[in-house]
Unconditional design. Structure first.
Length: 154
């Protein structure tokens, strides 16, 4: 009975973990960018691309941090089209990374801001936004606010 219970708990945890994956290894990064550009044009937003993978704890940590800090989540929702772009052994999205001018050189996660025409306007090494075992709220807010469409109009 213990073995059956252990197997059921393990299967349940695996399904929970798989369901929580941020990055879709099957997505074509260039198609994601194309779709994001269309949405950004129609909504007058910029595009925030988070390049990383489900294998990267800091990638998941950054995403969760942004979702859980309401002021950050609000900035992202109001000014950006958010794109989690996969980089993994299964799918390196090499064409997308070439288009983004090889942001992977900064490590993962790396954040790339595109304007609503798909032009890269900034690449951010996320390590500069860290604080301890998480991220610094003030630094992330400053980074995001500095690259909004409104900020670049000034």
């Amino acid at each position: 009975m213990k073995k059956i219970l252990t197997i059921l708990i393990t299967l349940g945890l695996c399904n929970f973990i798989i369901g929580q994956q941020l990055y879709d290894v099957n997505k074509d990064g260039m198609l994601q960018i194309k779709d994001a550009v269309e949405a950004a044009k129609s909504q007058n937003k910029h595009i925030l691309i988070q390049v990383g993978g489900n294998w990267c704890p800091w990638c998941i940590r950054f995403h969760n941090f942004c979702k859980n800090v309401l002021s950050i989540d609000s900035i992202i929702k109001s000014s950006y089209i958010y794109v989690p772009l996969n980089y993994s052994r299964e799918n390196k999205n090499e064409k997308a990374l070439q288009y983004l001018e090889h942001p992977e050189r900064f490590g993962f996660p790396v954040l790339v801001i595109l304007d609503n025409n798909g032009k890269r306007i900034h690449t951010q090494d996320s390590e500069l936004l860290e604080k301890g075992n998480s991220y610094d709220t003030a630094k992330v807010i400053k980074f995001l606010k500095n690259w909004t469409p409104e900020a670049l109009k000034k």
